[in-house]
Design a binder for this molecule. Structure first.
Ligand SMILES: NC(=O)c1ccc[n+]([C@@H]2O[C@H](COP(=O)([O-])OP(=O)(O)OC[C@H]3O[C@@H](n4cnc5c(N)ncnc54)[C@H](O)[C@@H]3O)[C@@H](O)[C@H]2O)c1
Length: 345
């Protein structure tokens, strides 16, 4: 089988700790180049993972190395500035979540990617856990009936990341766009991706740049950023054209226990993960089933799915339209919170 040539853009934490280790497990991929605006970081990462070429920009990488697709692992603001030249150069694109810093950037990306006609997938790894994959198969089989209500949370009591994450000009926002995208996207996917029509949400800025001792926090590689203008937490509800609703709660800092779950409720059965429980009836009695779908490396599965789609021409699970729709939901959450009213999506 001919190897797929992959170039990485962004040599930061997610590239080093998740994407590159996943590529290292494959024999059907050739990593041809890596780029980072911090050239020393790109060179060091290239050396560590045996990548032959390192560059200081997307443009230099596209001019100086061959690749079938680029894997974009830069901070949120730079997703569009890396994806657009890659699309213009005819490269397929795997792009870290969120699609973009805001809806305006996302629509510009959509226009360029559609014009170029290149394959695109948004990297939303929590769709690829065994629990999520099993639930989606059950949804597709109709095991839950009509899904009309869902609830999700990704809350941290004290878990604000260090670095560009708290600088809206680079991140686009706080927990909504950073981790809300994980749990809202996964839940929406498990609901069968109905069309969102309205959202009502609020954001809070009550805790801010806390100094709590003894807590673990994700650290961007440049963690000397001092800007801190992002929300601490948010909650709200997304309404869909089919009448279904999705309730969500997200936080980087909240005086409440941290939790992470997705719950879907259908006319025939319901489910909650993680841990996975199926709420159903058996012989007329309420029954809780606890299947054991196992464990995996969700980043490996996500990349595997994209490579499978490139080889077969199959549409990725999180394609461009879905990525833009998710960005509309995120934008709707921020707009609703700012305007203190429900907004149409
Ligand atoms: N899927 C997940 O679970 C997950 C987890 C963490 C981060 N992420 C996403 O991954 C992305 C990167 O996050 P991170 O934690 O690795 O950040 P990071 O700060 O550690 O790394 C980002 C890198 O991008 C580089 N960069 C910025 N602009 C660039 C440009 N125009 N061209 C080339 N390089 C550029 C920076 O120099 C830095 O090295 C973000 O979009 C984030 O949302 C996803």
């Amino acid at each position: 089988m001919e190897k797929i040539k992959v170039a990485i853009i962004g040599a930061g934490n997610i590239a080093r700790s998740a994407h590159l280790p996943a590529y290292m497990k494959r024999s059907d991929v050739e990593l041809t180049a890596i780029a980072d605006v911090n050239l020393a970081r790109a060179q060091e990462t290239a050396q560590r993972f045996g990548i032959p070429k390192a560059f200081a920009s997307t443009e230099e990488l596209l001019a100086g190395a061959e690749c079938d697709y680029v894997d974009i692992c830069v901070w949120n603001r730079a997703h569009s500035e890396c994806a657009i030249p890659a699309a213009r150069a005819g490269k397929a694109i795997l792009c870290e979540k969120p699609l973009a810093i805001n809806l305006e950037h996302a629509l510009r990306m959509q226009q360029e990617i559609e014009k170029a006609g290149v394959p695109f997938m948004l990297a939303v790894p929590t769709r690829y856990t065994p629990q999520a994959m099993m639930l989606r198969e059950m949804v597709d089989n109709g095991d839950f009936g009509e899904i009309y209500y869902a609830k999700t949370a990704y809350t941290r009591r004290r878990g604000t990341p260090y670095g560009w994450f708290t600088d809206t000009s680079k991140s686009g926002g706080g927990p909504v766009i950073d981790i809300g995208v994980h749990c809202i996207d996964r839940t929406w996917y498990l609901m069968g991706c109905p069309k969102p029509v309205r959202v009502s949400a609020s954001t809070s800025y009550a805790i801010g740049n806390f100094k709590t001792k003894g807590v673990e926090r994700w650290r961007a590689l440049d963690s000397d950023v001092t800007a801190f203008d992002t929300e601490d937490s948010a909650c709200g509800v997304v309404h869909f054209e089919n009448g279904a609703s999705l309730l969500f709660e997200v936080s980087w800092a909240l005086n409440a226990p941290g939790e992470s779950f997705t719950q879907i409720c259908g006319s025939k059965a319901g489910a909650r993960m993680d841990p996975l429980v199926i709420y159903t009836e058996q012989n007329g009695y309420l029954t809780d089933n606890t299947p054991s779908p196992g464990k995996n490396d969700m980043f490996y599965e996500e990349i595997d799915h994209f490579i499978h789609c490139l080889r077969t021409g199959e549409k990725p699970k999180s394609d461009l339209n879905q990525a833009v729709t998710m960005q509309r939901i995120l934008q709707g959450i921020y707009d609703s919170a700012r305007l203190h009213r429900e907004v149409e999506i």
